[in-house]
Design a protein around this ligand. Structure first.
Ligand code: GLC
Length: 510
């Protein structure tokens, strides 16, 4: 299909937590390969693999020590090649994560950079002298504390927007750019269908590194940070786009661009820049009809204005699981199931996160097993992201649930026995079967139009499919042939906190 990425559903695999083939309790590429038929049967179009590159693991792989290899705990390059070959055989695209904002502090470039103040590799990073005995400016790390760490050998400080083990690269340095062109080519040559660009709004820093006076509390978006989101990025992404366009089969970029202003966000997906950018406003929107409608309208308008494809995402490895964010328990799950039908009826590209299709809740882990640097750097003030990264349950029960024959790297809750893939498969009331049906029925190219509807509800059509979402506390009557509902009790009324797909009478057969 031309421009496959315009209406695809991509399934995010957090490699550590998906499937473990060798019993060490950590997921790996061979595990992913063994579960590809599940993803084909689920009905997604491709996978996005989170980083599997050699890494000391300070941020579970987002601290890369070698961009062109596989960490032994995840497998080998041969395993990667076999995974890509099998995925393509099953008509699944493979997108890999590229981490260009920072390296690991154990990357040979950084090791060289701190080995001697005049080492040429030092210019690949951002070292500055301090101010008044402290760091060079007021920037903070997204993981808590200052964004600067003292390099004791030289007395200078280096910048890290994340953990100190993740020193930021200086993208104004031509060598850094050249290296990443080679890294992209390495994976394109191995057949990847695209890249997810980590922290895509931050690679270039304002050259004067001015103070930014961070708002309190810190928002999930980076719009306020005048030291990042620099104009040079657009030129970089144009060059990456033309590099990838030289390959056959439509290789794709999706940027993790964490901006709340959709018009600004859309500047990254102009025709010669990235094909896609995550739209986090939908994810961070509460369960409110006016809020969701507003976000959807702003997104559609901003992306249409540049001819780009909108994207929709509700979960990933950095945020609390959806049923928990929507209130938890039975209510949270009802809403999350309804949101699934909303997500998959919207025009554009959708992203699912492993376990979302099982309706998993955030896990309240004991502090002793937590691993996220956010937890440690904020001294527990922020619990961090481990609760959405617990390995997913495939079958049977504790401790491994078919994820591993050993001990999972984070404990899997005993209650997940009822939520395993095996337990939900062929149960028509299960969340897994809801996703499977929705993925099979989902509209792809049909035009989108809003419909008049009662307050507290959303209604829009995609061709002859009407999507209804009831966020009010009253039943919503409807007419037409019910194709799919998030609540099995839906008949000719839709209960609160539920969604339905209805075929509108008098139109052509789907
Ligand atoms: C992105 C990733 C997140 C990681 C951070 C630093 O936001 O999604 O998991 O910690 O970048 O690389």
């Amino acid at each position: 299909m031309a421009e496959w990425w315009r209406s695809a559903v991509l399934y995010q695999i957090y490699v550590r937590s998906f499937a473990d083939s060798d019993g060490d309790g950590v997921g790996d590429l061979e595990g992913v390969r063994s579960r590809l038929p599940y993803l084909r049967d689920l009905g997604v179009d491709g996978i996005w693999l989170t980083p599997f590159y050699p890494s000391p693991g300070a941020d579970h792989g987002y601290d890369v020590a070698n961009y062109v290899d596989v960490d032994p705990q995840f497998g080998t390059l041969a395993d990667f090649d076999a995974l890509v070959a099998d995925a393509h055989e099953l008509e699944l695209r493979v997108v890999v994560d590229i981490v260009p904002n920072h390296t690991s502090n154990e990357h040979p470039w950084f090791q060289a950079a701190i080995s001697a103040p005049d080492h040429p590799d030092r210019a690949r990073y951002i070292f500055r002298s301090g101010r008044d005995g402290g760091p060079p400016n007021d920037w903070t790390s997204a993981f808590g504390g200052s964004a600067w760490t003292l390099d004791e050998g030289s007395g200078d400080w280096y910048l890290h927007l994340f953990a100190p083990e993740q020193p930021d690269l200086d993208w104004h340095n031509a060598a850094v750019r050249g290296d990443f062109d080679e890294i992209l080519r390495f994976w394109l040559d191995r057949g990847v269908d695209g890249f997810r660009i980590d922290v895509g709004q931050a690679l270039y820093k304002a050259p004067d590194l001015h103070d930014v006076h961070e708002p309190e509390p810190r928002t999930p978006y980076a719009d306020w940070h005048t030291g990042i989101n620099q104009p040079e990025l657009h030129e970089l992404y144009r060059s990456w786009r033309s590099l990838a366009d030289a390959y056959p089969d439509e290789r794709m970029f999706v940027g993790e661009i964490v901006l709340g202003d959709q018009v600004e966000l859309a500047t990254y997906v102009r025709p010669d820049e990235l094909q896609l950018a995550f739209n986090f406003t939908f994810l961070f929107q509460d369960w409110s009809a006016t809020g969701l409608r507003g976000t959807i309208e702003r997104t559609l308008a901003a992306f249409a204005a540049v001819g780009a494809t909108p994207t929709w995402v509700l979960e990933n490895h950095d945020v609390t699981r959806l049923p928990t964010r929507y209130g938890g328990g039975e209510q949270g799950l009802r809403r999350a199931r309804a949101a699934a039908l909303l997500l998959l009826a919207l025009p554009g590209t959708a992203f699912l996160y492993e376990g979302q299709e099982l309706g998993l809740e955030e896990v309240d882990l004991p502090d002793a097993v937590r691993q996220d640097p956010i937890f440690y750097r904020t001294k527990g003030e922020r619990v961090g992201r481990d609760g959405c990264r617990v390995p997913i349950p495939w079958e049977s029960g504790p401790p491994g649930f078919g994820f591993t024959t050993g001990r999972p790297w984070l404990p899997i809750p005993a209650e997940w026995k009822e939520l395993s893939v095996a337990a939900q498969t062929r149960d028509p009331a299960s969340t897994l079967e809801l996703y499977r049906s929705a993925l099979a029925l989902r509209p792809r190219d049909e035009p989108f139009a809003w419909r008049e509807t009662a307050p507290g509800t959303l209604a829009f059509t995609r061709g002859d499919l009407l999507c209804l979402v009831n966020i009010s506390d009253r039943e919503l009557p409807f007419e037409g042939e019910l194709l799919l509902a998030s609540d099995p009790a839906a008949g000719d009324v839709l209960p609160p906190d539920a969604a339905a797909w209805v075929r509108i009478a008098g139109r052509s057969e789907r």
